[in-house]
Design a protein around this ligand. Structure first.
Ligand SMILES: [Mg+2]
Length: 423
C-alpha cells in the first residue's frame, strides 16, 4: 500500500512585525505595523494592530490618526532584515525534514511522510525550536494534503488552538467538523473570483466544496479546482516543489522616493539595479545575452509624460557587473530625455543560459577569468558583511533618489554597525 502523505505547513506569525519585535522585545504587547515600499500602506500587522481595525493594505495616510491615538509602532519595511531572518528560519526547518518547500518569505511546507511520531508533538517541537533560536513565533498545521495543512495552519492561529499554535488534522470527524466551519474563500488556491463563482452555486464552506461534484467543479474552476476538491477529501495531488527552477529572466526595478530629473541620478539607480540583478544571475550560475533598461515618469501626476526602454544584445553572454553597467549606460544615453520628472527605472536581464555552456567569441580574445574572480570576491564580501558593503562607484554614495523609508529599523543581523549592543 502507498504510504500516506503527511505535510506540515509552518507559517511565521505577522512575520515582518515579529522580526522587528525580536530586536525590541519591550514592544511585545504594543501594536506594530510595517509599511510597504515608500511607506505607502500597511503590509504586516500584529494581532494588537488588527484588533484596532487596521486592515491589510490600508493606506498609511488613512490610518495615521488611529496609529497615533493608540500608540502603534510604525516601521518602514526592512527587507534586508526580513530576508535574513527568513533564511535563518528556513535553515532550521530544513533540519526537521529531508523534504522542504520554501513557499514564501515566511512559509514552508515540510513533508513528514514515514515519520513514526506523534505529529502534534513534532509540530510543537518545530514551533519551540524556531522560537528559541530565532525569536520568531510560528504556527504549524499538519495534514495529509497541502490544502488541508494550509487550512489547519489558519485554524491553529485562532480560537481554541491559538494557545498551542499547532493543529494536526487526523481524525475524520474532526476534519469534517472543521471543513464545515471554514469559509470557502479562505481556502488555499481559491481566489476572490473563484469564491464568487462557488457562492453563486451555493458552495460556501470547504465542506460544501469537498462534497461537490468533481466534474462540475472542474468545469467552473478548471483542473486546479478539481485538485482542491481531491485534496479536501484527503487525496494528496499537489506535490512539494523541492527546488526553485532557475529564473528565465531577472528583473530589478523600483520607484524613486521623489521625482528625479538628472541623468546622473538615474544612472546611479540603474547601476544599483544591475548590481542586484547580476548578483542573482551569478547565484544561479547563469549568463545573460540581453539587457533591457527602462525609465518612466509618474503617470498619476499631471506633468508631461515619457516612457522609453532600450535593449542591447551582448555578443557573448556575461554576468560581470561592470560590463553590464557599461552597457546599461549606453542604453540610458539613447533613451533618456531631459526635462521630465522621472518616477521609476529598472533593468531586465534576459536570454539566460547556464554558465557551463559558455561560448567565447570567435578567437577567444576575451579571457574573463580575472573578472569572474573579482565578482566571486565581491559576492562573498557582500554575503558576509551585508548587501552593498562593496559596490561599484557608479552606484553612488548618497543615493538621494532612494525610496522613502523614514521609519526603518536597523539591519540588526546583516550589518556590523547595526548589531544590537547589550548593556
Ligand atoms: Mg505569515
Amino acid at each position: 500500500m502507498k504510504q500516506k502523505e503527511v505535510f506540515a505547513l509552518v507559517d511565521c506569525n505577522s512575520f515582518y512585525c515579529s522580526c522587528e519585535r525580536v530586536f525590541q522585545p519591550q514592544y511585545n504587547k504594543r501594536p506594530i505595523i510595517v509599511l510597504s515600499n515608500n511607506d505607502g500602506c500597511a503590509v504586516a500587522r500584529t494581532d494588537e494592530a488588527k484588533a484596532l481595525g487596521i486592515e491589510m493594505g490600508a493606506p498609511y495616510f488613512k490610518i495615521k490618526d488611529i496609529c497615533k491615538k493608540n500608540n502603534v509602532l510604525v516601521f518602514s519595511s526592512n527587507y534586508t532584515l526580513y530576508g535574513d531572518m527568513s533564511r535563518r528560519v528556513m535553515t532550521l526547518l530544513s533540519e526537521f525534514t529531508p523534504e522542504l518547500e520554501v513557499y514564501s518569505i515566511d512559509e514552508a511546507f515540510l513533508s513528514l511522510k514515514g515519520f513514526n511520531r506523534n505529529l502534534t508533538d513534532y509540530g510543537i517541537e518545530i514551533k519551540s525550536t524556531i522560537k528559541q533560536q530565532t525569536g520568531i513565533p510560528v504556527s504549524v498545521g499538519l495534514a495529509s494534503t497541502k490544502v488541508l495543512a494550509k487550512m489547519a495552519n489558519k485554524m491553529a492561529k485562532k480560537g481554541a488552538f491559538k494557545s498551542v499554535g499547532v493543529l494536526s488534522l487526523e481524525s475524520e470527524s474532526q476534519i469534517d467538523e472543521l471543513l464545515g466551519q471554514f469559509p470557502v474563500e479562505d481556502l488555499w488556491g481559491i481566489g476572490r473570483k473563484s469564491a464568487e463563482k462557488l457562492k453563486s452555486l451555493n458552495i460556501r464552506t470547504a465542506r460544501h466544496l469537498r462534497d461537490a461534484n468533481e466534474l462540475m467543479i472542474q468545469k467552473v474552476l478548471t483542473i486546479q479546482g478539481r485538485r482542491i476538491v481531491k485534496e479536501l477529501k484527503g487525496e494528496s495531488c499537489i506535490d512539494l516543489q523541492l527546488s526553485d527552477p532557475d529564473k528565465k529572466q531577472i528583473i530589478s526595478s523600483r520607484s524613486f522616493g521623489r521625482s528625479v530629473l538628472s541623468l546622473h541620478e538615474i544612472q546611479e539607480s540603474v547601476a544599483n539595479h544591475i548590481s542586484t540583478a547580476a548578483e542573482k544571475l551569478r547565484r544561479q550560475n547563469s549568463l545573460c545575452k540581453t539587457l533591457m533598461v527602462f525609465i518612466h515618469t509618474n503617470r498619476f501626476k499631471n506633468t508631461p509624460q515619457y516612457y522609453n526602454s532600450g535593449i542591447i544584445n551582448l555578443t557573448t553572454g556575461t554576468s560581470i557587473t561592470n560590463k553590464l553597467i557599461k552597457s546599461s549606460f549606453q542604453i540610458l544615453d539613447s533613451i533618456y530625455k531631459e526635462g521630465f520628472e522621472y518616477k521609476k527605472c529598472g533593468v531586465m536581464l534576459a536570454d539566460l543560459y547556464p554558465q557551463t555552456h559558455s561560448q567565447t567569441d570567435l578567437f577567444g580574445l576575451h579571457d574573463t577569468t580575472n573578472e569572474e574572480l573579482q565578482m566571486e570576491v565581491l559576492d562573498k564580501i557582500n554575503l558576509y558583511h551585508g548587501k552593498g558593503t562593496l559596490k561599484f562607484a557608479a552606484c553612488g554614495v548618497n543615493q538621494f533618489w532612494k525610496m522613502l523609508s523614514e521609519m526603518k529599523s536597523p539591519c540588526y543581523t546583516t550589518r556590523w554597525s547595526d548589531l544590537l549592543s547589550i548593556r
